[in-house]
Design a protein around this ligand. Structure first.
Ligand code: HEC
Ligand code: HEC
Length: 284
């Protein structure tokens, strides 16, 4: 190969890589369902996904945003208004917009979200569940609430998240496999895709990427190991009681951010609480 051809090949490789890192994933554009059943299912998923913990500040009855989240890399995020207000919220959003935002952390115009929105764990949500969620959110009354921009150090450009996502896909690893028992599988879906328990309980690398091979083994936020080995002595009854009351097997009540989590797990159906327990107390 002469030099020109080599250069051309290098340019093609770099462009291909750039495309791979920055392209907007193709998710189609399915309709958002509108029936009462879809809205009811969506309300359930909104709770199971803990969306309100970040989008619905205490004392409000709609996900109007404005809740502050400290960034581990400096600065503060202000969560967005996700009521269907056309100017300050997400009025006019389509099925595609929801799938891109919730599962891929991408804005309608292709821009990147910061992983303060836990899209790295919601990525495993089923599309039908995201669309039901959208049905619920779009059925809410629009509320005008202007949320300020995030206060972040100047170097945290949104586009850098393209590279971050790319690396996270490689470096995050995969969580331990679980048996194909339907109850354990349902529990895995609840804990991993919806309840985003990993966001606080799984360790991260220096770049803030979850280390799924050590799922639930403790993090900078919570040191306790809540993997099945870590919870060794817990029975399924202990775990169900925990999801309902926030009391551990040692009779301690959890506080802080975990209290917000219990506020949503206590509203889950008994079957789903039992599924959570089956997943967390499974024999490895
Ligand atoms: C841990 C906190 C947290 C949780 C939980 C959370 N979000 Fe978010 N969400 C955010 C943050 C922070 C942003 C802003 C991201 C950005 O600007 O880069 C955001 C952005 C969004 C957006 C984009 C809105 C816009 O105007 O661009 C949507 C839609 C959204 N979230 C929906 C949801 C849904 C649905 C759930 C539940 C399945 C959820 N979020 C759970 C923190 C959270
Ligand atoms: C926003 C962060 C956050 C999320 C998300 C979260 N937790 Fe926690 N969790 C905590 C904190 C903080 C504590 C410690 C609370 C305390 O000791 O008062 C904790 C404590 C616990 C404990 C008690 C551990 C022990 O033995 O002391 C269990 C069990 C637990 N969480 C399970 C879960 C499950 C299951 C989920 C997903 C549904 C979850 N957590 C999601 C922050 C979180």
């Amino acid at each position: 190969m002469n030099k020109k051809k080599l250069l051309l090949a290098a340019v093609v490789v770099v462009l291909g890589l750039l495309y791979w890192v920055f392209h907007t994933p193709w998710v189609g554009n399915p309709d958002i369902p509108t029936g009462p059943e879809a809205i009811a299912r969506g309300a359930y998923i909104f709770n199971a996904g803990g969306c309100g913990a970040c989008h619905q500040p205490e004392g409000t009855d709609a996900p109007i945003g404005g809740y502050d989240i400290e960034s581990p890399f400096g600065g503060t995020f202000h969560t967005t208004n996700i009521t269907p207000d056309p100017e300050t919220g997400i009025g006019g959003w389509t099925g595609r917009d929801f799938l891109l935002a919730v599962k891929y952390g991408r804005a309608r115009d292709g821009g990147f979200f910061y992983p303060a929105m836990p899209y790295r764990t919601y990525k495993d949500m089923r599309d039908e569940d995201v669309l039901d969620l959208a049905a619920y959110v779009m059925s809410l009354p629009p509320v005008r609430n202007e949320v300020p921009d995030h206060d972040l150090p100047f170097w945290q450009f949104r586009w850098t998240m393209g590279g971050w996502n790319f690396l996270a896909n490689i470096l995050e690893g995969t969580p331990p496999a679980v048996s194909d028992d339907p109850e354990v599988q349902r529990g895995a879906y609840l804990a991993r895709a919806l309840g985003h328990c990993s966001e606080c309980h799984t360790p991260r690398n220096a770049l803030g990427m979850l280390q799924m091979g050590n799922e639930f083994k403790g993090s900078d936020i919570v040191s306790a190991d809540i993997s099945p080995e870590g919870l060794g002595g817990w029975t399924t009854e202990d775990f169900v009681g925990f999801l309902q009351l926030g009391m551990t097997a040692n009779f301690d009540f959890v506080g802080g951010e975990m209290e917000d989590v219990i506020d949503h797990t206590k509203l889950l159906s008994e079957e789903d609480q039992a599924a959570y327990a089956a997943f967390f107390t499974r024999d490895e």
